[in-house]
Design a protein around this ligand. Sequence first.
Ligand code: CA
Ligand code: CA
Ligand code: CA
Length: 230
Amino acid sequence: MRRIPSTVGELDLRTATAIGLNGRRFFFTTTDDLDANGIPDHQELAPDSPVDLNQAGTPDVDQITELFKALRTVVGEGQVGLATGAETAIRQVASLGPDQFESHGEKPDRFLLELIGFTVEVENPGDAATLTVYPSEPAPEGYDWYKYEPCKGWYLFTGADFSADRKSVTITIQDGGHGDFYAEPDSLVVDPGGVGCISYAEPSDGSEGSSSGGGGAGDCLVASMLPIQE
Ligand SMILES: [Ca+2]
Ligand SMILES: [Ca+2]
Ligand SMILES: [Ca+2]
């Protein structure tokens, strides 16, 4: 059984890269993370940041462990947190721009706070990782969790569970299974995804669209209306 380090200080991404991962399991290099806490140094929260995305009563910047990380988004003034449970360790998390991935599939044209990419280590190959994402803005209605995979392209990730206040979303991904960026049971779950929506425009000729109750052009298509591709 692979031992999961108990502290961030034991994390050695250089070794992980050197033993053959060649960086492809990670969203940034160790030179972007000189303090080795799994967050790109340029996306770290300020040391005095009061942000408390996980609503634990403690500033997130003081709670960074292998079970919880928070960071600033690559664009804008937002923040995103990521939490996981025991027997799982967040190796890396980064805020990513969606345009760095190809556009095939059902790519949202709006994202709430860009994408979040993470590499999570589970205890045994094939184990599932349950992760909770905390965006600094509640997800508007019609927004859902979208993922990108190299072969499949963009798709709506079924099973994302939003909290009632839409301030967090929980997803479960099985190592080597549905949702794992690289479909290999290698104890690593890799996922670029984010809260987004596909908007639609009303017909320009003024005729009624098929969606009743829709607002102006550019409203979000309710995710449940989308064809699900499994
Ligand atoms: Ca760092
Ligand atoms: Ca907190
Ligand atoms: Ca995997």
